[in-house]
Design a protein around this ligand. Sequence first.
Ligand SMILES: [Zn+2]
Length: 358
Amino acid sequence: MRLKNLSLLLLLAVTLSTLAFAADAESRPSRVDAHLHYVNFMQETNGTRELLEAMDKAGVEKAWIFGLPVIKKWDASAPKRPRYYLGDESPLYYFSGTDDILARDLLSLPAEQRERFAPFISGFNPTDMNAADQVEMLIKRYPGFWQGIGEVLTRHDALTALTAGETPRADHPALMKVYKVAARHKMPVLLHSNLSSLREGEPIFQPELENALKANPDTHFVLAHAGTSESIEALQKPMANLPDILNDLLSRYPNLSVDLSWSVREHYLFEDKDEVDAQWLALIEKFSDRFLIGSDKVGKFTGLDENLDGYAGLLGRRSKEAADRVGRKNALALLPPRGAGSVAVSDDPALAQAEPGE
Ligand SMILES: [Zn+2]
């Protein structure tokens, strides 16, 4: 009897929570998260279960998802394990395992859940002339699986100098080869390339970004965080003319889109809590097919709904059609019709996990 009551209670609880999810999802327009890291800088993740629950709750139908190309080292000289990636006790280094962590977890999902993700390749060293070949090898290893490249980290505040080895930049010859691979497979490239450094008040890195855009007209680039960062904003306001720079770049390079995630939303879009900056509003209106939204979550996924609700003030001021483009359609339109390296999209994980060289 007690057991029966318990099961009834459980059933009621499950039904109520399902209804709550449904109500949440219904009250929001469907959206695509175009910037989501499956792991954190220690390459840890809370996993697909928490992620899918968070996506349901947030009304996210699909996510561009990737690992993180770097991992924090624990130097023997560091008395305790570094807790944060920007900690100055030890460097970060490139970690190719990130792609396998992501692939293994997504491929273990049933097909209808797996289809809610557009997985991107990120685990390569963007200064290694072998990088393009490594990307091709990974495509062969998981045929039909990958749909984009990124987030590629180049100019990224203090992280750039904290990462061991040569300094990455948008027009590094190794990356220029990777962009060609992306074009061949019709994969978009999500590129983190700040326009400025932490100390300089001008866009000193803009020329290297433009070199990449100019030399690769067949590769579609998405500029992460609109080329800026929270740390830049915290130190100074060098990018007061950021909307002008973006207007210029978007006008001259049809192969460029802009990711509005996180730092941009917090520091640039809103004049105060609710008022969207008029200049940004006009820019997004003018190029409503070129902006994307994202959460920039790293490894933990609760709060995805609140994160993406932060765009409500912006999207609510657009026509329904423009809001749907920025919140959803633009991200879907940039994805290739089929995963890279697939002759036919296969739902067979055994085939998808074929050995390299096959
Ligand atoms: Zn990111």
